[in-house]
Design a protein around this ligand. Structure first.
Ligand code: GLU
Length: 577
């Protein structure tokens, strides 16, 4: 064949080769490791996550290591004997999964669990401390489920950092020391009194102070069992038996939690709730947490107003955000409970037309005062869950992005600080059942969040993952703070999206919360100067400590931008694996 006749073929082949090489290099660049990032409430926990990511672990692997360490170093907030929600974004599959590891009420629980002999609600502290507030723990089974689907390293390896720290000891962080010192009952509790206090020469108990080294060999044993036996190591055998014994023999208000409850516990995968906000798409957990729906309602109402034009921390922006919070919290209190037990009108609550109607109720010149819930189907599901009287550090949120771009946004809790205050297997046992409404009915109407055997108490946890206009991962964020969580997370999303703030600025912003009551503003911040202007609009303004604990990560053209809440002890670790 003549060369001239070969040439076109050759140039097509050459072109083909160029295209192939370009495509391959694109694919290659796509899978090239990027820096990973962990943002959590404690440096030991962030480092444990980084250790796993350095070893080639996935975001889910790292999350398990972080949680195992938090249970040790931040036991006042979360632990393996508690519950959690995990939102996972799988970069390759472009898929978002929501994992529910919320505790369940034992089979022996009745609607009268937190009522006195006269049928009145127990005082919160009385209900919280002891055995009857302990729900069947969900964290370990949830982590197992997520690991089965998104784990890369062997399960057993994920517990190595926590085992090492339990055996070698860890330095008590400022918030843990403060929580021990402030706690009214921890010193009287079996097991905990010997772990969190030491006896001085004259026999008085001295609380562990910041920087003291604590070792927890009992927890190391628990971890070794879970590492070796998987979820069975926690839900069957000695660990579960010790928890059951601690609950049933509790010195105050013994509970009914049994081995049958452990056997029956299932973590669940649920459909995340998502809604557009400006050019972004915000996703979070569905019920049994009220967090996702309520946060999306607040944003949906505010999407009809120009927050960008209002500027952060001004009379108008605080007023409009607070008014939207009132409306959404009013719906939350009426309609949300465990969706496996009550029908939650989630779709109707997030219907754009409904939220537009709600937005029309806002008035720039005056607060509406107490908001009433909107008219929706299934209006019988009244919910009068009680708020916690104390706002102390409990619950923890962490965000992780791995080198392949997979994301975990996880909020985890033992409920109140130190949970039920019972300790077993080196872990604090949760008091999550006090997140149920204490009253099973109000004015003859059933309450959506009433106690029932096997039911999950309503939560406020709001782990969020945000996507940009191209559907690419943009940010992961969440916070502790009881029912204020929803306000903390929403405010931070607004700061990121409407006010183009970086993560550190958004997380550090002075906090304000309106749970359809007074407008709470963070004491000692410039918001106090704004109080007179807010009172002019009719708001009842109360300055107080507002302990958010936001840990978030955001994508920027320059790379990942993460931050830890200055109100807590956390940090961010990021590096190339
Ligand atoms: N137990 C609460 C919930 O699940 C969280 C408590 C807290 O953040 O202090 O909503």
């Amino acid at each position: 064949m003549k060369l001239e006749r070969l040439l076109p073929g050759l140039s097509i082949a050459a072109l083909g080769l160029v295209v192939l090489v370009t495509l391959l290099s694109l694919v290659w660049r796509g899978s090239e490791p990027q820096p990973f990032m962990v943002a959590s409430a404690n440096p030991y926990a962030s480092e444990a996550g980084a250790e796993i990511l350095r070893a080639g672990g996935s975001a889910t692997d790292a999350a398990i290591a972080v949680q195992a360490v938090l249970s040790l170093v931040e036991p006042e907030s979360s632990g393996l004997a508690g519950g959690a929600f995990l939102l996972h974004y799988d970069k390759t599959a472009d898929r978002l999964d929501a994992y529910d590891g919320r505790e369940t009420a034992p089979m022996g629980a009745t609607p009268a669990l937190f009522l006195d002999e006269e049928g009145k609600s127990l005082p919160f502290l009385e209900a919280m401390i002891g055995g009857s507030s302990v729900g069947t723990p969900g964290v370990v089974k949830m982590m197992w489920l997520a690991h089965r689907e998104h784990g890369r390293l062997p399960w057993a390896d994920l517990f190595t950092p926590a085992i090492r720290l339990s055996e070698d000891g860890f330095a008590v962080a400022p918030k843990l020391a403060e929580a021990i010192a402030r706690d009214p009952v921890l010193m009287q509790m079996p097991v905990a009194q010997d772990y969190f206090y030491r006896l001085d020469a004259d026999g008085t108990r001295v609380p562990a102070a910041e920087g003291d080294i604590l070792k927890n060999p009992a927890y190391a044993e628990t971890l070794k069992r879970i590492a070796a036996e998987g979820w069975r190591g926690f839900y069957e055998g000695p660990v579960a038996e010790e928890i059951v014994a601690a609950v049933q023999n509790a010195p105050m208000r013994p509970g009914t939690l049994s081995m049958d409850d452990f056997a029956a516990y299932e973590a669940k995968k649920r459909e995340p709730v998502c809604a557009p906000y400006r050019a972004y798409r915000v996703c979070s957990m569905p019920p049994p947490t009220s967090g996702g729906i309520t946060a999306l309602q607040i944003l949906g109402i505010l999407s009809h107003y120009d927050l960008k034009g209002m500027e952060p921390m001004t009379q108008m922006s605080v007023h409009f955000i607070a008014e939207a919070m009132k409306l959404a919290y009013a719906d939350r209190d009426k309609y949300i409970g465990d969706p496996d037990f009550v029908s939650v009108p989630a779709k109707a609550m997030l219907d754009p037309a409904y939220l537009e109607r709600r937005s029309e109720e806002l008035d720039a010149s005056i607060t509406r005062g107490k908001a009433r819930p909107g008219e929706l189907p299934d209006g019988r599901a009244m919910n009068w869950g009680l708020n916690q009287p104390v706002d102390m550090p409990s619950t923890s949120h962490f965000s992780i992005v791995d080198a392949q771009g997979n994301v975990v946004s996880m909020t985890t809790t033992v409920e109140g600080p130190f949970g039920s205050h019972l300790m077993a297997g080196g872990m604090m046992l949760n008091n999550q059942l006090t997140d149920f409404s204490f009253l099973p009915e109000v004015d003859g109407e059933p309450v959506a969040n009433a106690v029932a055997p096997g039911k999950r108490p309503r939560s406020s946890m709001t782990p969020a993952i945000v996507f940009d206009g191209n559907g690419e991962f943009y940010a992961a964020i969440g916070s502790p703070g009881g029912s204020r969580i929803i306000a903390y997370v929403t405010q931070t999303l607004i700061a990121l999206i409407d006010w183009d703030m970086d993560m550190k600025t958004a997380i550090s912003l002075p906090r304000f919360v309106d749970r359809n009551g007074p407008l709470e503003i963070e004491a000692g911040t410039p918001l106090e100067d704004l109080a007179p202007a807010l009172r002019e609009l009719g708001h009842t303004v109360e300055a107080r400590e507002l302990m958010s604990g936001l840990h978030g990560i955001r994508v920027t053209p320059e790379g990942l931008d993460g931050a830890a809440d200055p109100r807590r002890d956390g940090n961010v670790v990021s590096e190339l694996p």
